[in-house]
Design a protein around this ligand. Structure first.
Ligand code: CMC
Length: 430
């Protein structure tokens, strides 16, 4: 962070205070208002954090106007083409892509932590079989702190690293467990001779009665979904993880809080909502009815939104959506589903929305969730599990952000202030 100048605030009867401004490597400068309250007795007011940088970070950069996404400086397009998910995990956690020795060591560490405590399956059995996978995931991940109490001290860097490896390694196992439980199939143990994503596919789709054949195209598609969802700077769930961990709670509890936040339809739940929206349009007449649907979306009296469209930061095509669109083609071709009606419907909907004034004026473009649902469905992942897949992938980003916060000497417990507009002080009349 380097000082770039001063900003002057004039308030009251001509009083003024000066604040330093800072610049980073990319993106807008910030005004450091940490002394605002001490100097003026006033707070800033910014619900939804539309203009507030809550931290400085070296992990991810988004240029929403250009539609650019960088992890540790590397463009997402290059990472998606040249790296696998574990390379990206290493990059996010430790700051750079691994060399051959670092990669071997990192892959081996993650691979050796893929099993979960056997007792966890009894904990899993306490859930109803029809429980939403995200309720199971928040429970299971929160419970990791009870199963691995030797890595819960947030202020011990070694323990934080062990919990990071455990979380990255065990999330696929837990997600597959949550799925197998809902369909009543036997749980499949991890196989450490398979890649991270192939192992996950096998735990999801293998059954003990048959040999499971890994399909490399589908594995690569899933790996790409993981890469594209691995981090996205200070979004709602990441900010939740930071705020939660700022109290000094344990890493498993903080990640469980992130999972809970991600569940919402305006965030990670959007891929599930986008696919359900496509199903609904298809059920009600398909491509022919897109016009009617778009009219509903534009009607301010309806609460209908075009799910998978729009983003707080991207005011251009989400670069992840472009890559996911490409992957969508590959997967559907591989599975002989090139004429899949749902995919055709999505393409038609995208085309119409991109040409419509309502969306153009508001800079509403497809986001990653518009296509990731179709890809996941084609791979065989059931719709209610989509957000759990997102959580699996985002876990590494959450941990990297949490580590960055704890290592920052200026870190403090997060404590926003408020503008109180409730009843003025009054007495109880009794
Ligand atoms: N469909 C229709 N209108 C929309 C949409 C949409 N998907 N998104 C925004 N708008 C309109 C909104 O009604 C408002 O119009 P007006 O100015 O006339 O009142 C304007 O665009 C600005 O919207 P906003 O709600 O102020 O924007 P926001 O930055 O608060 O919301 C968002 C961002 C992602 C929550 C929103 O675009 C949305 O609800 N999208 C659908 C859900 C979705 O796909 N979410 C996934 C986000 S990407 C994955 C992730 O990173 O989690």
């Amino acid at each position: 962070m380097k000082e770039t100048g001063k900003a002057t605030l004039t308030y009251g009867d001509g009083k003024s205070v000066e604040f330093p401004t800072y610049g980073g490597s990319h993106g807008p400068d910030v005004i450091d208002i940490r002394k605002l309250y001490a100097q003026t007795g006033m707070f800033t007011y910014d619900p939804g954090f539309l203009s507030t940088a809550s931290c400085n970070s070296t992990i991810t950069f988004i240029d929403g106007d250009k539609g650019e996404l960088l992890y540790r400086g590397y463009p997402i397009e290059q990472l998606a083409a040249k790296c696998d998910f574990l390379d990206v995990c290493h990059l996010l956690l430790f700051g750079d892509l691994p060399d051959a020795t670092q990669r071997k060591d990192f892959v081996s560490r993650v691979t050796n932590h893929t099993m979960v405590h056997e007792q966890m399956q009894f904990f899993l059995r306490g859930f109803r079989r029809d429980a939403h996978p995200m309720s199971v995931m928040t429970g299971l991940i929160g419970a990791l702190s009870a199963f691995y109490p030797d890595s819960i001290n947030l202020h011990d860097a070694k323990q934080r690293e062990i919990s990071a490896i455990r979380l990255i390694a065990k999330l696929p196992t837990l997600t597959a467990m949550a799925y197998k439980y809902t369909v009543g199939q036997p749980l499949i143990y991890p196989r450490n001779d398979l890649s991270y994503s192939a192992n996950f596919m096998r735990m999801m789709f293998a059954v003990p009665a048959e040999e499971y054949k890994v399909n490399e195209v589908l594995v690569r598609a899933l790996d790409r979904i993981f890469i594209l969802h691995a981090d996205h700077e200070q979004n709602a769930s990441t900010s939740t993880v930071r705020l939660c961990a700022s109290s000094g709670t344990n890493p498993f509890a903080a990640i469980a809080a992130g999972v809970a936040c991600l569940w919402g339809p305006a965030h990670g739940g959007a891929n599930e909502a986008a696919l359900n929206m496509l199903y609904d349009i298809q059920k009600n007449g398909g491509v022919e009815k897109i016009g009617e649907f778009i009219a509903q979306v534009k009607d301010k009296n309806s609460s209908v939104r075009l799910m998978g469209f729009g983003h707080r930061v991207y005011k251009n095509y989400d670069p992840r959506a472009k890559l996911m669109r490409e992957t969508c083609h590959e997967v559907l071709n591989e599975l002989g589903l090139g004429n899949d009606p749902l995919f055709k419907l999505a393409m038609a909907l995208e085309k119409i929305a991109l040409e419509d004034d309502y969306f153009v004026q508001r800079k509403l473009y497809p986001n990653v969730d518009f296509y990731s649902g179709i890809v996941q469905k084609a791979i065989g992942i059931p719709v209610p599990l989509f957000t759990a897949i997102f959580a699996l992938a985002r876990t590494v980003g959450w941990i990297a952000q949490l580590n960055e916060m704890i290592a920052d000497p200026e870190y403090k417990i997060g404590r926003p202030r408020q503008l109180y507009t409730g009843a003025a002080r009054r007495d109880v009349k009794r």
